[in-house]
Ligand binder design. Sequence first.
Ligand SMILES: Nc1nc2c([nH]c(=O)n2[C@@H]2O[C@H](COP(=O)(O)OP(=O)(O)OP(=O)(O)O)[C@@H](O)[C@H]2O)c(=O)[nH]1
Length: 132
Amino acid sequence: MITRVTCAVIEQYARVLITQRSKSMPDPLLWEFPGGKVEAGETEEECLVREIREELSLHITPQFRMTPVLHQLGDNPALELIPFRCLYDGGTIQLLEHRNYKWVHPQDLLDHDWCAPDIPVVEEYLRLLKAS
Ligand SMILES: Nc1nc2c([nH]c(=O)n2[C@@H]2O[C@H](COP(=O)(O)OP(=O)(O)OP(=O)(O)O)[C@@H](O)[C@H]2O)c(=O)[nH]1
């Protein structure tokens, strides 16, 4: 059984939104792209729009599906992290679940302590920016 998790690479003014998990979440205090588990009956894009509204009170539009990352650690169920580049559509950030957030320049992304499955996402994002 694979848990599918979507995450949003939200871009605004050449910066990217990253969020820090709270002490009570799994992977406490690590940085991630916000998102969450796909629920039965919803598309990946619907999941992401819902999660970003629920967690941050932001409106986004998923634009481009990036390469999913399959992650398996020990006996834990496998996790598929499905990233999307997203447009910020409005709203003011309210931290409803996370401890912190930052809008960072892409060149500073790798300076953070990331959830392991997010590192290939950061690397792909940096490659996409370089190629564009
Ligand atoms: N949201 C999110 N989760 C990630 C990322 N990377 C990563 O490994 N995960 C893992 O994916 C799982 C997603 O959990 P979540 O707690 O964010 O999802 P959710 O809001 O739907 O959770 P819930 O339904 O249990 O409350 C966690 O085990 C988390 O550690 C990421 O970039 N974003």
